[in-house]
Design a protein around this ligand. Structure first.
Ligand code: NAP
Length: 315
C-alpha cells in the first residue's frame, strides 16, 4: 500500500511538471522562427496551435451526421451505436453475427445500416466498409471497436492460438482504419476512433499477442494523428484506451474479490461517447486509468512483475 501511494504521488508530481511542456516547446519554436534567442521565451503569451485551427473546418450541418461502428454486435460497440443514434447520427453497424446486429437495429428508432463483416478477411471487409459508406451517402465518424481476443488461446504453444488477434486487431484494424482514412482524406475531414487497451502499455504476461496488438493500435492511431496535425488537415483521430470493462455483463464482481476497477458497460460507454464528442486524442476509460497508464509505462521491470503476478494484478 505504501509503495502504491508513493507511486501515485510520483506520478501526480510528474504530471504537474509536464503539463505545460507542449506550450513551452511551441513558444520556443515560435520565438526561434521569429529570430529570438531562448532567453526571451518566458514572457511569450499562449500561442494558437494548428490543432486549434483544424477545428474550424466547416462541416455541412444540413445533412445528418453519419457514423459506422465496426464490432457493433455486442459490448461497447453496440452500446456506442445506440448513443450515437440518440445523438442524431445515421449509424452503420458491422460484425460477424448479423442476427445480433438486426436485434440492435430494432432498438434504434432512427435510420441504421447493418452488414455482416469478418475483419480477419481484410479484402472482403474493406469492400463491405466502402459499400456501406456509399450506401450511407458518406461518412463523418468511423469507430473500430472489434477484437479477436475471445477467439484466441493465449496459453497455446502453437503460434496459431493467438492468430485471431493478429488477424483482427492488427491486420483487420489497419486495413479498415486506412480505408476509412482514405475516404476522409478525399473528403477533406472526418474522425477515426479506434480501441486500444491498457494492456497495450506494458507487455501482459497472460496474453502477449493481445498486448502487442493493442500497442500496435495505439501507436498506429498516434502516428496518423500526428500526420494530420503536422499537415494541418481537419481529420481527427481518437485512441480509446479502456481498462477493465464489464462489456458483456459477464463479470460478477461479487464473486471476484480481487477484481479491481471493473467499469459497468453503461459508465464506460458514456465516457467513450464524451471523448468522441470532444475529439480527444487519447481517452482512458474510465479517466482514473490515466494514472495507471503513467505508472505502467514508467515502473521498473522488477516492481511491475512483482505487482502484476499478485492476485488481482495481471495488467
Ligand atoms: N472489455 C474490456 O475490458 C476491454 C478492455 C480493454 C480494451 N478493450 C477493447 O475494446 C474494444 C471493445 O471491447 P468489448 O469488450 O466491447 O468487445 P466485445 O464485447 O468482445 O465485442 C467485440 C466486437 O468485435 C466483433 N468482432 C470480433 N471479431 C470480429 C471479426 N473477425 N470481424 C468483425 N467483427 C468482429 C464482435 O462481433 P462478432 O463476434 O459478432 O463478430 C463484437 O461485436 C475491443 O477492441 C477490445 O479489445 C476491451
Amino acid at each position: 500500500m505504501f509503495i502504491l501511494i508513493l507511486l501515485i504521488c510520483i506520478v501526480t508530481c510528474c504530471e504537474t511538471q509536464t503539463t505545460s511542456t507542449p506550450d513551452i516547446a511551441l513558444c520556443i519554436a515560435d520565438r526561434l522562427s521569429a529570430g529570438y534567442g531562448l532567453k526571451n521565451t518566458e514572457s511569450v503569451p499562449h500561442i494558437t496551435t494548428k490543432r486549434t485551427k483544424r477545428l474550424l473546418h466547416p462541416v455541412n450541418k444540413q445533412l445528418p451526421k453519419r457514423a459506422i461502428v465496426i464490432g457493433a454486435s455486442v459490448g461497447m460497440g453496440r452500446e456506442l451505436s445506440k448513443l450515437l443514434a440518440a445523438d442524431g447520427y445515421n449509424v452503420g453497424m458491422t460484425a460477424r453475427r448479423l442476427e445480433l446486429l438486426k436485434q440492435t437495429q430494432q432498438e434504434i428508432p432512427t435510420q441504421t445500416y447493418i452488414a455482416q463483416m469478418d475483419a480477419s478477411k481484410p479484402e472482403e471487409a474493406i469492400g463491405i466498409l466502402n459499400t456501406m459508406i456509399n450506401d450511407m451517402g458518406g461518412l463523418d465518424l468511423l469507430v473500430i471497436a472489434l477484437t479477436g481476443f475471445y477467439d484466441c488461446d493465449f496459453d497455446a504453444r502453437d503460434w496459431k492460438g493467438s492468430l485471431p488477434v493478429l488477424d483482427v486487431d492488427i491486420v483487420g484494424f489497419f486495413a479498415l482504419a486506412r480505408t476509412g482514412l482514405n475516404f476522409f482524406e478525399d473528403q477533406g475531414y472526418g474522425h477515426l476512433v479506434g480501441f486500444s487497451s491498457i494492456d497495450g502499455i506494458r507487455g501482459v504476461a497472460g496474453s502477449p499477442a493481445y498486448s502487442a496488438s493493442k500497442a500496435f493500435c495505439s501507436r498506429y492511431l498516434q502516428a496518423e494523428l500526428n500526420k494530420y496535425i503536422q499537415r494541418n488537415i481537419p481529420i481527427f483521430v481518437t485512441d480509446i484506451c479502456p481498462g477493465w470493462v464489464n462489456s458483456k455483463n459477464e463479470i460478477d464482481v461479487a464473486q471476484m474479490p480481487e477484481a479491481y476497477w471493473v467499469e459497468s458497460l453503461d459508465d464506460a460507454t458514456k465516457e467513450i461517447f464524451e471523448a468522441i464528442k470532444n475529439k480527444d486524442e487519447i481517452a482512458y476509460i474510465t479517466k482514473r486509468w490515466a494514472k495507471v497508464a503513467t505508472l505502467l509505462s514508467t515502473m521498473p521491470t522488477d516492481l511491475y512483475n512483482a505487482l502484476s503476478a499478485r492476485p488481482g494484478g495481471g495488467f
